[in-house]
Write a protein that binds this ligand. Structure first.
Ligand SMILES: Cc1cc2nc3c(=O)[nH]c(=O)nc-3n(C[C@H](O)[C@H](O)[C@H](O)COP(=O)(O)OP(=O)(O)OC[C@H]3O[C@@H](n4cnc5c(N)ncnc54)[C@H](O)[C@@H]3O)c2cc1C
Length: 383
């Protein structure tokens, strides 16, 4: 066996080099831990580049910093998609984080008292593994999309870049979350736009009395209410919130609102309120599924969701970071992921394999991974 085929060893392997993986990397690096970060894409935080060109954050720059480096520029502005991507690439470089690019993990298995991490061309062995592969993974499109004719141009919101990506003529955007509203608003400057809304979300203004909405959410402690708290549970159960958009504002821009899209035939889409529209293009702003199919460790529920408590799974030395509502509302947001990252890094530092038993997670049922592990997540993380 040549050296290149021998497994590489690290105490800790972090899977995913987005903001969550980088934030964990920051704390591991401060500990002097022996670790690596495996990132599937050709640059860190690649998910941001896959979002539409004109995307502006709903969190102001004041709330977009990872630990150890301020987000640059005016703290009251709303950074663009590219600014975020550049900040995160710069973060990884300046803090000298060991990010291995073009390194997609294909399988994760338990072996002895550690883990085996398999890539196409190499294998790692690690005592501990942190999974930071993101809350928004596989684009979800409803089955009715298959009933649209070939003359209708259709795409998921992740494929939408700008109005140039969509043919002229009447366009239907499906999905009443922030993504759907924002894309519909952008398209409405150049064509007739309709928006099909499955479930109404509460509109919130981006700024209140001159201050960013997130300033209030932070100052009142709402973003750090835990999943276990009564208010946290209530926030989690509620539908997402719309930030800066609203049905009223959309109507003012000439966007025509409809109920949930329930059927399609040829170039016609029918909505739950009885409306039927002949369209040239459809944008599916209909969310994502989590894909944990490569995780061959019994830490997933029947829907493929991670079973954990504050990111700590029942499998010794295996953690998640960056999940929606991992611990608080802020868990999957740029400015607050550091709380979970610090907590998980502390667990990593405290881990002792010889004494580690399987921690009891009260109320959580662990089952073997199912063959298909797709589960819905939200279209947009604002709620
Ligand atoms: C449209 C949109 C707008 C948003 N706006 C804001 C905002 O304004 N403010 C805010 O705070 N948050 C916002 N978010 C939420 C959140 O900040 C982002 O979703 C963020 O990208 C999540 O970071 P992450 O590191 O957890 O996951 P990701 O950014 O998805 O990173 C995960 C990384 O893991 C890699 N990966 C996945 N699978 C593997 C594998 N098997 N092996 C190796 N690598 C793998 C991916 O390539 C990716 O780079 C927004 C999200 C969306 C979708």
């Amino acid at each position: 066996m040549s050296d290149t085929t021998l497994p590489k060893r690290h105490d800790v392997v972090v899977i995913g080099g987005g903001q969550a993986g980088l934030a964990v990397g920051y704390y591991l690096s401060k500990q002097g831990a022996d670790f690596t970060i495996l990132e599937a894409a050709s640059e860190p935080a690649a998910a941001w580049r896959e979002r539409w060109d004109s995307l502006k954050l709903f969190t102001s720059a004041r709330f977009d910093s990872l630990p150890g480096m301020e987000f640059p520029g005016d703290p009251d502005r709303y950074p663009t998609r590219d600014e975020v991507a550049e900040y995160l690439v710069h973060y990884a470089r300046e803090l000298d984080l060991p990010v291995e690019l073009n390194s997609r993990v294909r399988a994760l298995r338990r072996q002895g008292d550690g883990y085996v991490v398999e890539l196409d061309d190499r294998t790692y062995e690690a005592r501990q593994v942190v999974i930071a592969t993101g809350p928004f993974q596989t684009p979800f499109v409803p089955r009715i999309a298959e009933d649209l004719g070939d003359d209708v141009v259709q795409m998921h919101s992740t494929a939408y870049r700008s109005p140039d990506s969509v043919p002229g003529g009447r366009v239907l955007v499906v999905g009443g979350g922030n993504t759907g509203f924002q894309i519909a608003e952008e398209l409405s400057a150049s064509r007739e736009v309709h928006l099909a809304i499955g479930s109404r979300q509460t509109p919130l203004p981006q700024r209140i009395l001159g201050r960013d909405l997130f300033w209030y959410l932070d100052a009142t402690g709402l973003l750090r209410k835990t999943t276990a708290s009564r208010i946290g549970k209530r926030m989690r159960e509620r539908e997402d919130t719309l930030i800066g958009s609203s049905p009223r504002r959309a109507r003012r821009r000439g966007i025509q609102l409809h109920g949930r899209a329930v059927a399609a035939a040829g170039s016609t889409v029918s909505c739950a309120d009885g409306d039927a529209l002949a369209v040239r293009g459809v944008i599916w702003a209909t969310g994502f599924r989590v894909d944990h199919s490569w995780i061959d460790v019994s830490v997933l529920d029947a829907d493929g969701r991670a079973v954990h408590e504050r990111g700590v799974t029942r499998s010794p030395g295996l953690y998640f970071v960056g999940q929606l509502w991992q611990h608080t509302r802020g868990s999957a947001l740029l400015g607050w992921v550091k709380d979970d990252a610090a907590y998980v890094a502390d667990q990593v530092a405290a881990f002792r394999p010889s004494t580690a038993g399987e921690p009891a997670l009260p109320g959580l049922r662990i089952i073997s991974p199912p063959t298909s592990r797709a589960c819905p997540t939200r279209t947009h993380p604002s709620g």
